[in-house]
Design a protein around this ligand. Structure first.
Ligand code: ADP
Ligand code: MG
Length: 683
């Protein structure tokens, strides 16, 4: 029996309580357990400071030269600061919520500090602090665990499982590929990934595991795409060209060449009997909505219903307003809006009319995928900000009709090369230029020393022009939501103070309830709040045309694409728009990256540069991009391996080998099994 058929319950020491926790983390089989790789490795080996890279997590040791001081803020939050000497260098250390250590952190005390290294500021933000010098802990894998599983328990389970089952770890890769790339065996890869003795083992494990994951992914895409191409199970739609022409004539603008081009790609799909599965990507403001509107009209005139789903009520309402205006010239077609706020009789009536086919276009939120929502004949479903929806949610929408066409939209431009390998089972249309007449947003990069000048400028904008302002505070990684909040709160206090009697300052962050967030956003849209301090939770598609200035703290910590996204909040009105990037980074790489943003307003260009420079905190690396995720590989960071895997997959599929050579049997089984089990696009 293979390890993906053996329950984790067979592992010694895993009783009912642990089993439940594991299952909640989607770990069911021994294979699932062994393939739950660390999300990072912490090194507690003391390193030479001169070799440390910016933002790297490192351990250093030295003697205290400036004793600790505590500062307190918020509810029981504290920050302790001190400095240590290492050779000639003096390093400042910050640690949160360890105020009790102050009395030990005295002059000349030796300490070992582990944390994130800020090269330009010569600053350590510590996560671990030990008194004395400790250089004996080696490499420690860190796991992203939930449901109060501790790393220690998890490691123990892994060890028991590995010891008992390692002989049954099969090598899915054919021998010739293992040899071609000098890969270590599957069993060794698992051993080195979980119990490494040195960095080289970590590296070899990663090379092997990532290659295998990406090769399997590419093979799967090939098979899926073939399957899709040869199944013409959709409906071919015959539209009423006259009505579409009429609709286009009454638009207040001409479509751009790019809009015409992608529209053609979409309508060709709609006419074809194969089901459409297309991603429409384009910068914020590139005019995707009108393209979607025409595709929906096309579908409606062909006798089907249309639907458009957005991730939040605010976005859905924005679509409703835009679509209602556009469809005003065709009063025979009925639009309706559905969200969780539509209740009682109104909701019942709407659902009845929808099921009877009396509503032609339904606009709304997640509510659209509820079971009670039944269409009479849905032909096209549009999903805006598609990456904000889970695979299951997208699948539910697909199942609202028989063989419906799907159009997904995204404002995160992804370079074409990457889009092909990431979304191999999807076709991609890209709008590459903004409509004419848009004023480019002027972008400045400044250091903290210029913050006072920036505030003066912002005061003028608010007082003289009645403008509103976004202030974005640092992005730390997901696991550090609390720290994000801490920064945002500090910044909020600062601006509230500086703008007393001048402007109302609001604060928005990830710990707020959804209703609270909506309320603050609403207040901002209504100009009850002039300065909105926010973490990156701020909505991607939100439109507040009176906000024409955005200031981003610690801009060097963001990925380029994310900076571009954030900048897209402004420049939506008629006024001149500005983006101020605060950064104290002095290293050449950070300067180059911010230079790209300052010089370009083109999302695709920026995405390409992002891909090449791939700085820390890269946007594509995170969940928000909607790219597929893997157990270890990352499409961006590992794009070189991805390239190799793509070519290998192509080669394998082009010959008969894959179907007939027994060497490929494990891979073949894998592909067949996962395609059968997963919620892929054509379920
Ligand atoms: P997004 O791609 O971000 O969804 P929208 O569809 O909301 O962009 O379009 C942004 C704005 O641009 C809207 O106000 C829309 O009316 C306008 N717009 C769209 N296409 C054109 C065009 N071809 N010429 C001028 N303005 C346009
Ligand atoms: Mg949009």
């Amino acid at each position: 029996m293979s390890l993906n058929e053996i329950s984790v319950a067979t592992v010694k020491g895993i009783g009912p309580t642990l089993l439940e926790k594991l299952q909640a983390s989607h770990i069911h089989t021994v294979a699932d357990l062994l393939e739950s790789y660390p999300n990072r490795y912490d090194s507690y080996d003391i390193i030479d400071l001169n070799l440390a890279k910016h933002e790297e997590k490192i351990t250093i040791a030295g003697q205290i030269v400036v004793p600790a001081t505590n500062s307190f803020y918020g509810r029981q939050q504290s920050k302790t600061q001190f400095s240590i000497a290492i050779g000639d260098a003096i390093i400042k250390v910050i640690i949160f919520n360890r105020a009790f250590l102050k009395n030990k952190l005295v002059m000349e005390a030796p300490v070992t500090v582990t944390g994130k290294w800020d090269l330009s500021r010569k600053l350590m933000t510590a996560t671990t602090l030990k008194l004395g010098i400790h250089d004996d802990d080696g490499i420690v894998p860190a796991y992203r665990l939930s449901h109060d599983l501790t790393s220690k328990t998890f490691q123990k389970m892994l060890h028991t499982a590995y010891t008992h089952y390692h002989r049954q770890i099969n090598d899915d890769l054919p021998q010739h590929l293992i040899e071609r790339y000098r890969l270590i065996s599957a069993a060794d890869a698992i051993k080195f990934a979980h119990f490494p003795e040195n960095n080289e083992q970590v590296k070899q494990a990663a090379r092997r595991i990532k290659y295998e994951e990406l090769l399997k992914f590419q093979l799967k895409l090939h098979v899926l795409k073939k399957k899709i191409k040869y199944t013409k199970t959709g409906f071919s739609k015959e539209a009423d060209d006259e009505k579409i022409q009429h609709f286009m004539n009454q638009l207040p603008f001409e479509l751009t060449t790019e809009q015409h081009r992608v529209l053609k790609e979409i309508t060709t799909d709609l006419k074809d009997a194969a089901r459409m599965n297309r991603l429409l990507q384009g910068d914020v403001g590139s005019g995707k909505t009108v393209v979607a509107a025409i595709a929906l009209l096309f579908t409606i005139t062909a006798g089907y219903q249309g639907a458009i789903m957005a991730p939040t009520e605010i976005l859905a309402k924005q679509h409703l307003t835009a679509l209602t205006n556009m469809f005003a010239c065709l009063p025979d077609y009925r639009l309706a809006f559905l969200s969780s706020n539509i209740k009682g009789k109104k909701r019942r009536d709407l659902l009845a009319e929808l099921a009877a086919g009396q509503i032609h276009l339904l606009v709304g939120t997640h509510s659209l995928i509820q079971e009670e929502v039944i269409f009479s004949q849905l032909g096209l479903a549009v999903i805006d900000e598609q990456h904000r929806f889970g695979v299951d949610q997208r699948k539910k929408l697909r199942q609202k009709g028989e063989a419906i066409d799907i159009l997904m939209m995204s404002a995160t431009p992804i370079p074409r090369t990457l889009a092909i390998s990431a979304f191999g089972d999807m076709d991609v249309s890209s709008i590459k230029e903004l409509p004419l007449g848009r004023k480019p947003i002027q972008t400045f990069v400044i250091g903290d020393t210029k913050l006072a000048d920036a505030q003066k400028f912002i005061k003028e904008q608010i007082l003289d022009k009645g403008q509103q302002v976004y202030i974005i505070t640092p992005l730390i990684d997901e696991s550090e939501v609390l720290e994000d909040l801490r920064h945002a709160t500090l910044v909020y206090e600062l601006w509230k103070d500086a703008f007393k009697n001048i402007a109302t300052v609001g604060l928005m962050h990830g710990k707020l309830e959804k209703s609270e967030k909506d309320e603050i956003m609403h207040d901002f849209a209504e100009n009850n709040i002039q300065i909105l301090i926010s973490t990156t939770v701020i909505e991607v598609g939100v439109n507040v045309p009176n906000a024409n200035l955005i200031l981003i703290y610690d801009a060097n910590r963001f990925g380029l694409s994310q900076l571009h996204q954030l900048r897209g909040r402004v420049g939506r009105g008629t006024e001149h728009a500005y983006c101020i990037l605060l950064s104290n980074a002095t290293n050449a790489e950070a300067k180059e990256r911010l230079g790209v943003i300052a010089a370009s307003n083109d999302g695709f260009e920026i995405a390409e540069a992002d891909l090449k420079l791939r700085g820390p905190g890269d946007f594509f690396g995170s969940k928000q991009s909607g790219l597929p995720t893997f157990k270890m590989a990352n499409l961006i960071e590992d794009y070189k391996i991805l390239d190799v895997a793509r070519q290998d997959a192509y080669e394998i599929m082009a010959s008969d080998e894959f179907q007939h050579n027994p060497d490929f049997l494990p891979l073949r089984d894998y592909v067949t099994r996962t395609i059968a089990n997963e919620n892929h696009q054509f379920d």
